[in-house]
Design a protein around this ligand. Structure first.
Ligand code: AMP
Ligand code: MN
Ligand code: MN
Ligand code: MN
Length: 279
């Protein structure tokens, strides 16, 4: 069984329509896929009526941005009810936070000499379902302000860069709680990508567990074997299940391709035991 439990579509900063993502997943022989857009369930709603069309198990998911110890962290929710009213209100607030942040960043871009940024980004934020820094990076690349996507983050959008605006997401506890209220399983996404020291990262895992978190991602692209072992140990030590996923966004990002990530260590209890106990 090949399960990819972390993916993006055009409903946030992915490049494919949900239907196209599912077509590709079937082509690649994936048996189970979770669509987990940033702060959005619109992609799920789009394919809801046609799920039977694809010969794989489709999991309704989401990836919420949250705040922990002044850091932004990501919590994936799996098997959520996308129509849950509390989750719907939460997402509505996230959307307005994202729009505000995009406009604040636009003002900073304008101040740093990129004239027209405010008007362009105002328009973009209106058009986008869920505006992400990825979209701003694409904008900077297209107008020739940077020579690569990575440099858009380095020079303008990453922490400490010219147009950075600190995130003001809800707390980790709130994000976990809303996922659980919507019937979902809360998964700490890509723990090693937050650039935290080992001690701080373990504190995050502990706090996530106390908040009601049930699983952590152990297998994802670019993780090295040492990091994977560490996460496997922490999953067991803190009684958390293990999850996996490619965090696929687009075909032109070869480091994160659909269905491609290291295998789950034997000693970790996989999160899919919750919905597929015979596995
Ligand atoms: P946001 O949630 O709007 O702050 O945007 C975060 C998204 O931007 C992540 O989910 C990634 O897809 C992308 N991203 C963040 N940092 C980088 C980076 N240094 N290079 C490329 N993409 C990045
Ligand atoms: Mn993203
Ligand atoms: Mn993420
Ligand atoms: Mn993601």
């Amino acid at each position: 069984m090949l399960r990819d439990l972390h993916n993006h579509t055009l409903a946030s900063d992915g490049s494919l329509e949900p239907a196209a993502l599912l077509d590709m997943a079937v082509e690649k022989g994936i048996d189970e896929i979770a669509i987990t857009d940033h702060d959005s369930v619109d992609g799920l709603m789009e394919i809801h009526a046609n799920k039977a069309q694809w010969s794989l198990n489709i999991i309704d998911g989401v990836e919420l941005s949250a705040n922990w110890a002044k850091q932004t962290i990501h919590i994936v929710g799996l098997n959520i009810d996308p129509r849950h009213s509390g989750l719907t209100s939460f997402i509505k607030l996230q959307k307005s936070k994202r729009q505000q942040r995009a406009l604040q960043m636009a003002h900073k871009l304008e101040q740093s000499g990129l004239t027209g940024s405010v008007a362009d980004i105002e328009y973009m934020a209106d058009q986008q379902n869920m505006v992400c820094r990825t979209h701003l990076a694409q904008y900077l690349l297209e107008r020739g302000a940077v020579n690569s996507f990575a440099n858009a983050f380095k020079q303008y959008l990453a922490k400490g860069a010219k147009a950075f605006v600190p995130d003001e997401w809800f707390a980790l506890e709130d994000a976990v709680a809303i996922i659980r209220q919507a019937g979902g399983v809360a998964v700490l996404a890509h723990p090693t990508r937050y650039k935290l020291s080992s001690n701080k990262l373990q504190q995050l895992v502990v706090d996530f567990k106390s908040a009601g978190g049930q699983a952590i991602e152990v297998c994802y692209p670019n993780i090295n074997p040492g990091q994977k072992n560490l996460l496997a140990n922490w999953a067991n030590k803190h009684n958390l299940l293990g999850s996996q996923g490619s965090d696929f966004h687009a075909l032109d990002k070869p480091w994160a391709q659909l269905g491609k990530f290291p295998t789950m260590p034997q000693e970790v209890t996989p999160v899919w035991n919750l919905w597929d106990p015979s596995s």
